[in-house]
Design a protein around this ligand. Structure first.
Ligand SMILES: [Zn+2]
Length: 746
């Protein structure tokens, strides 16, 4: 054995040995119950962060433990196309080349992003390997693989047949810059200082940050408890605006905050979430004034064509000039919603595809809620369960359309009867970007075929007739749906699609999976959807257990973020301390299931531990050499002394306790048991006794027996160093540690 443990050379060599031996692929054995776990797919073109490392450490631990116990164990790897995120990254690349997505048709853009991802996905794959993940690479899946797209399309068709999907107008979080919608949970919120404008509004003065949406106002609202305005409620008022006079109704609604501004607010159902909800309650007209391109439309009169910022500036200037601006509070602090790329969200009402989550007792939400309540899916730590239950109870219909190119296209076609019901974006035959209402474009010389072949996007009115590919008729014209599915719509079917649902051998054998391990923050986005799809398509939840780990925070206890400059790059720790130490350090943070600060001290401590066990191995080999004769393999026939019997008994207890802790998902406690036993009972005490023993053959035999069992126990936690030492020790078997047997309790 070398004097010191060199993690750098060992890690690569050992992973190569495992891969070559094909030890990560399970043997299907119908007499045995398999252990199956899915790797929550990281972003294909992303890179590893500390959260991924923790996830891999826990999952690799579980799968190695089960593999050694003799269960056919499958850990399925894959990567996600990460629709919005990847498209934003790619568009940044385009920008560097002086281009944008508006230079390309939908197909061209998709092909370019495909190449971009293929060129970049090597990084995350090599990082997964570097972490020691014993995933079965022969079953590797990417969310945009052809077979996955097919399955996702089939699911959608089944749902359409079961009337669980529909198109409907809906208020969405729309980003005009990204040209897509976002789910509530995807938004970022930021406190910002903006001017608050106090406009004269008929008999009132009212405050708003958004004077440019006034052309879409369909009411003014006050709080029903507000005595100041009681006499106005139910009345119609006349408002002198910038485009002439309008009449608006005064409504009373509890959503109005009496302390905000003057206590009177304008209601713009088309461009504000609260107003939209109020509009539904009071049956107000929804008047859209901002178009999908982020510009004011003809309802804004002379302001049409301006973007929101320009429009606001112009409207404010004109209001001032007309004497309609009372005053401006320049220091108004409020919270704004931003998209993933940091743009302002524009609440917008557009037709969307939805999943009906609560149609009846049997579909989607209710069975998935029941599965957790009745314990057929068990959540660890238990206290996280309430998050799931609350989310499921509150869950509303799920908008699944995304206006991204990068994703799985929704497989339907719109019948073009009324050309004015379509808004299209396309690259014309001269390579020029054009958009507008289909009917008008056709009138001014664009051709239908030209639009189809240069198509970027289609937005069809709510009531347009649609069909699947097989339902198209020869004599009719169709435009394809260009929206893609929300990423969670496909990754929600991950346990099914990765295993080859509905009829592969793998699917029959490995489904339902055993444990779903992931960070608690995606319990809503991902975990709930997998349970819904799993039960809907197979009648069975996709997993038996859910283990949720906490978020790894920065050293300063804050969330890691680029802007705070506190992001920890796991690669640096791997370089310095080795993968095993980093994995153990992170595992120790999982003790109470809560979020935790990056445990740098622990990583260093486990680096010392790695050195300690290396030195123990060296010491043993040295003693054996000094003894000069073969050491017998341990058996109960040996003439044991009390101290031998005692440590053997202690080992039995450790094995039992480690099993117990692992079964309860108490990984940190299991790790600590092994650590304490090896360091204190074995190294500090027993080895000291061995040094002075006359019967060296017995003592060394017992020592080696205990030590080899410890390597086994420790292997799922620290796979590299244990495998390396194992290969250097005399032992009965030639099998590598990864597929050796888990210590037995006698
Ligand atoms: Zn955006």
């Amino acid at each position: 054995m070398d004097k010191t443990y060199d993690h750098k050379s060992v890690e690569e060599k050992i992973y190569g040995m495992w891969a070559e031996g094909n030890y990560f692929s399970p043997q299907i054995d119908h007499k045995k119950k398999p252990f199956t776990i899915l790797l929550p797919p990281p972003n294909a073109s992303g890179r590893m962060h500390t959260g991924n490392v923790l996830m891999i450490a826990i999952e690799d631990l579980l799968v190695r433990w089960h593999r050694m116990k003799g269960d056919p164990s499958l850990w399925l790897p894959g990567t996600d196309h990460a629709g919005t995120e990847t498209q934003i990254t790619f568009e940044k690349e385009l920008k560097k080349q002086g281009k944008s997505r508006f230079n390309f048709t939908r197909r061209e853009l998709y092909e370019q992003i495909w190449d971009f991802v293929q060129n970049n996905k090597g990084l995350i794959e090599s990082q997964i390997k570097r972490m020691g993940a014993s995933v079965d690479w022969t079953r590797y899946t990417f969310t945009l693989d052809e077979k996955i797209i097919q399955t996702v399309h089939n699911t959608f068709k089944k749902m359409a047949k079961d009337q669980l999907v529909y198109r409907g107008n809906y208020m969405v979080n729309y980003c005009p810059k990204c040209g897509t919608t976002y789910a509530d949970v995807e938004l970022k919120h930021e406190e910002r200082k903006d001017p608050l404008y106090y406009m004269k509004y008929g008999p009132f003065i009212l405050a708003t940050v958004r004077p440019e949406t006034k052309f879409g106002d369909t009411a003014v609202a006050v709080n029903p408890k507000d005595k100041r305005y009681k006499k106005w409620v139910g009345q119609e008022i006349e408002v002198e605006g910038l485009n002439g006079k309008v009449n608006l109704k005064v409504i009373a609604d509890n959503f109005v905050d009496m302390a905000f501004g003057t206590g009177v607010v304008k209601v713009t159902p088309a461009h504000d979430k609260n107003d939209y909800e109020a509009g539904l309650r009071h049956k107000l007209e929804v008047k859209q004034v901002i178009n999908l391109d982020g510009r004011l439309n003809e309802r804004a009169g002379k302001y049409a064509g301006l973007n929101v910022a320009e429009g606001r500036k112009q409207v404010v200037a004109d209001l001032k000039e007309k004497g309609l601006m009372d005053h401006i509070d320049e220091n108004y602090l409020h919270t704004v919603a931003l998209c993933k790329a940091g743009h302002d969200i524009e609440p917008m009402v557009i037709p969307n595809w939805f999943v009906k989550v609560d149609a009846d007792e049997k579909s989607f939400k209710q069975p998935a809620l029941k599965a957790v309540k009745n314990g057929s899916v068990k959540i660890y730590p238990k206290w996280q369960e309430i998050k799931y239950i609350r989310w499921m109870e509150e869950m509303r219909d799920w908008p699944i359309s995304r206006q991204n190119v990068w994703g799985i296209q929704i497989p339907i076609w719109y019948e073009v009867e009324n050309e004015n019901q379509f808004y299209v974006w396309f690259i014309d035959k001269n390579g020029k970007y054009k958009y507008g209402v289909l009917g008008q474009l056709l009138k001014v010389g664009s051709e239908f075929e030209e639009i189809i072949s240069g198509l970027q996007r289609v937005s069809a009115s709510e009531n347009v007739k649609w069909v699947f590919e097989e339902g198209k008729k020869e004599n009719k014209r169709y435009l394809p749906e260009t929206d893609t599915f929300d990423t969670w719509f496909s990754s929600g079917q991950w346990p099914l699609v990765t295993l080859g649902y509905p009829d592969s051998e793998d699917f029959k054998y490995f489904y339902p999976t055993s444990i779903l391990e992931t960070g608690w923050e995606i319990i809503r986005l991902w975990v709930s959807r997998m349970i819904m799809f799993g039960i809907y398509l197979t009648g069975k939840p996709p997993f038996e257990y859910i283990y949720l780990h906490g978020i790894v925070r920065a050293l300063d206890g804050r969330k890691m973020s680029k802007s705070l400059g506190n992001v920890i790059n796991p690669e640096e720790y791997i370089e310095q301390y080795g993968v095993d130490a980093l994995r153990m350090g992170l595992i120790s943070g999982t003790a109470n299931g809560k979020d935790f600060n990056f445990p740098k001290d622990k990583v260093i401590a486990y680096k010392h531990f790695a050195n300690k066990i290396w030195n123990m191995g060296r010491f043993m080999l040295m003693m054996q050499e000094q003894y000069g004769k073969d050491i017998p393999f341990y058996s109960e026939e040996l003439k044991l002394k009390t101290e031998d019997k005692q440590i053997l008994k202690e080992l039995q207890k450790i094995i039992k306790d480690v099993n117990k802790e692992l079964e309860k998902f108490r990984f940190a406690d299991a790790a600590d048991l092994i650590y304490q036993f090896m360091w204190h009972s074995l190294a500090d005490k027993y080895i000291e006794l061995v040094k002075n023993r006359e019967d060296k053959d017995v003592a060394l035999s017992v020592l080696r027996h205990i030590y080899l069992n410890c390597l086994k126990l420790l292997h799922p936690f620290m796979p590299f160093i244990t495998e390396e030492i194992w290969s250097l020790m005399p032992k009965k078997t030639n099998l590598p540690l990864i597929i050796s047997s888990w210590p037995e309790v006698k």
